[in-house]
Design a protein around this ligand. Structure first.
Ligand SMILES: NC(=O)C1=CN([C@@H]2O[C@H](COP(=O)(O)OP(=O)(O)OC[C@H]3O[C@@H](n4cnc5c(N)ncnc54)[C@H](O)[C@@H]3O)[C@@H](O)[C@H]2O)C=CC1
Ligand SMILES: O=P(O)(O)OC[C@H]1O[C@](O)(CO)[C@@H](O)[C@@H]1O
Length: 385
């Protein structure tokens, strides 16, 4: 069986590529990073190190890699031959894979009638539907109709902390032992393949993806922004500061009200889950830079994203949002010069002011919430390191 995976990054190699390999697939990665492509092709293998107490090392073999720009013909052939296609390129990069993916899919449905599932594994609600919409806009209605019935875009939720380290033998993927790959069963079209090893198939993805984005990713990003303001370099350092740990716990409890109210989760269950997530963040075997976890702040302060969506949803439910207000304010103060979005956001705020930025990027128009964020912004500012 052949799997084609777009994005040979931390999640691609450390999580999705690994489970595809465990499920019996030969994995072909498509990327734009030629150094990584060369590394994978040189040995046809790569290494994963588990962030456990033993630094358990795993080797994934039967791997090849292609460059989506330079190896176009081979990528199209691989799309035609694949039994499954997956991505983890970053939700904002999905638009860049659309031209080659659509060309391959259109050729594929002309030449064979094998059903195909395409799974976008990104930190976003319904990333596969987003990919489908982008593809549909690119190819138009008629071509899309030809794809319908043979290609399905299956939404997923993914959870695993994945980093990388450079070693003599090249980049090694570093992953925590925990993982969760949740797949929306009802959207699948190809029922002939064995279930993917390690994946959980569900009929309703919403509670899983919302829990991942609005609780796990939310709290992780919040730790990054608050940690950054307090001069911490890593998530682990930030959570060693008692005030930050207690603030993040309070924030997660604030978020818990959403899951209790909207998804009917038991409060106790939610509190246990919060402790489990915090323990994962505080794993002593991980050293995770706040600048990596806080990356792309424009995306992260977006209206449907991890910080603002729960804030507005909780506010609509008349639940407390004091911690969320402070976190959104902290995100607007993330001025790390190594991040293009952070630079662009700071530039915009320098030119138009913070209030306009909140309206522009978070699309918050509720005057009360905006003024509370502004107040929190001004309260954080003096501690900015
Ligand atoms: N790293 C983590 O712990 C987690 C990440 N995620 C999500 O997984 C996705 C991937 O994240 P990471 O692996 O951390 O990022 P990464 O930056 O390590 O990997 C992304 C890969 O995609 C490649 N890429 C970018 N544009 C491309 C294009 N046009 N064509 C082909 N390849 C392209 C990059 O070269 C890179 O190798 C993101 O959506 C992220 O939000 C989700 C859960 C955990
Ligand atoms: O591209 P994003 O959304 O920052 O995603 C990566 C993040 O997702 C996580 O899995 C959970 O927050 C982190 O490991 C990582 O920082």
């Amino acid at each position: 069986m052949k799997a084609l995976h777009f994005g040979a990054g931390n999640i691609g190699r450390g999580f999705i590529g690994y489970l595809l390999n465990q499920s019996g697939y030969d994995v072909c990665f498509v990327d734009v990073n030629q150094a990584m492509i060369d590394q994978l092709n040189q040995t046809g293998t790569y290494k994963i190190e588990l962030l456990d107490d033993h630094q358990t090392t795993l080797t994934v073999s039967g791997v090849t890699a292609l460059n989506s720009g330079q190896d176009k013909e081979e990528v199209i052939r691989a799309i035609k031959e694949a039994n499954i296609i997956t991505t983890s390129v970053g939700v904002d990069n999905l638009k860049y894979i659309v031209p080659i993916l659509s060309e391959g899919l259109i050729e594929r449905v002309k030449e064979n009638d094998q059903p195909l599932d395409v799974l976008a594994n990104e930190n976003a609600v319904n990333a596969s539907s987003t990919l489908k919409t982008l593809l549909s806009r690119h190819v138009g209605d008629q071509a899309m109709e030809e794809l319908q019935g043979q290609v399905s875009f299956v939404n997923t939720a993914i959870d695993r902390l994945a980093l990388s380290k450079e070693a003599d033998e090249g980049m090694i993927a570093l992953v925590e032992p925990f993982y969760e790959w949740v797949i929306h069963r009802g959207e699948m079209i190809n029922h002939t393949l064995p279930a993917l090893t390690g994946a959980t198939y569900v009929d309703d993805l919403t509670p899983y993806i919302e829990r991942k984005l609005y609780l796990v990713n939310m709290a992780h990003a919040a730790t990054a922004y608050v940690g950054y303001l307090n001069g911490a370099s890593t998530i682990q350092q930030a959570l060693q500061i008692p005030d930050i740990l207690s603030f993040i716990r309070g924030l997660m409890r604030e978020a818990a009200a959403y899951f209790v109210e909207v998804h009917g989760v038991e409060k106790e269950t939610q509190m246990t889950y919060i402790d489990k997530v915090l323990a994962r963040f505080m794993n002593n075997n991980i050293s995770d830079e706040v600048t990596r976890v806080g990356r792309s702040p424009i995306r992260k302060v977006g209206p449907d994203e991890r910080l603002v969506k729960p804030l507005t949803a909780l506010s609509d439910l008349d639940k407390p949002v004091n911690h969320f207000i402070k976190v959104v304010a902290a995100a607007y103060l993330f001025d790390y010069s190594g991040d293009d979005e952070a630079k662009a956001l700071q530039k915009y705020m320098g030119e138009h002011g913070v209030k306009k930025a909140i309206e522009q990027y978070s699309m918050i128009h509720n005057e009360d919430i905006v003024s509370r964020i502004l107040l929190a912004y001004n309260e954080w500012k003096p501690i900015q390191k």
